[in-house]
Write a protein that binds this ligand. Sequence first.
Ligand code: SAM
Length: 273
Amino acid sequence: MKLEDIQRHWQNWAKSFGKDLRATTKGRTAKMIEIATIGRVVEGARRDLKRPLHILEVGCGNGFNCSWIARNFTDCSITGIDYIPEMIEAAKLRRTEDGIDAERLRYLVGNALQIDNVDGPFDIIFTDRCLINLNSWHLQQQAYLGMAALLGPGGYLATIENSTEARARQEQLRAGAGLPPRPIDSFNTFIEDGRFEALAQQIGLDIVATQHISSLHDLLLYVLLPMTNGGIVDYEHPLIEAAARVNIDLVGAHGQDLGPVGQNRLVLCRRPA
Ligand SMILES: C[S@@+](CC[C@H](N)C(=O)[O-])C[C@H]1O[C@@H](n2cnc3c(N)ncnc32)[C@H](O)[C@@H]1O
């Protein structure tokens, strides 16, 4: 899809769903996994840097992640940017409802491809399914380099983005089970495993962690349950939430990911201090 059509897609979702989670995802339980992942990144950086953190989310949508960080890590200051003004308006509404100070949680309209005018440096910069909305690796790489340039010494760069390999494996498993293909949404360009790592190393960042964060959850949601219920992807089935919780525990507490079958992947890198 062309970039302007992708931007229009997000504008439509922002207008249709406002500050509802549905403006940015169909998956409430996938969001539970993402939030737990972001929480681990913030906790790790706090342990390491031992100071109040400045955090930037690029492609923050209607502010779900930023508001969660502000509520749970009250000594951090957070900046969220998104290129859809309606998303930023919804994020500001959420901030007001959550009673968070606008000095501590700042929102800006801005494009991931031009963030050099954002005031850095930051201790953590992260994306959560934003870079997949750039329609080539060339542009995804450009955005990554722009973010890396805003990292302070010892700062962390985390991408939570979708994996080409994991999605392909999921499709193979569905096909093996006699389920029809699930085409990737046309506004998404998934990213090959290893690309962020190679780029990070080229620019002198250390790789701290790479994890397929949603394998158990996605296996159940997209393969196992559909095998038993006539092929329906049932986001609100109680087992899916249970799988999300166990998945969070497996990856978080036990450091075990179940390999490239869940499409969401964390790559966490760090600028040497
Ligand atoms: C899947 S949503 C995720 C939102 C948020 N990260 C979350 O997890 O709740 C993707 C968001 O990225 C934003 N986005 C996509 N491309 C962007 C770009 N080039 N610059 C800034 N924002 C972008 C969209 O407007 C949308 O709000």
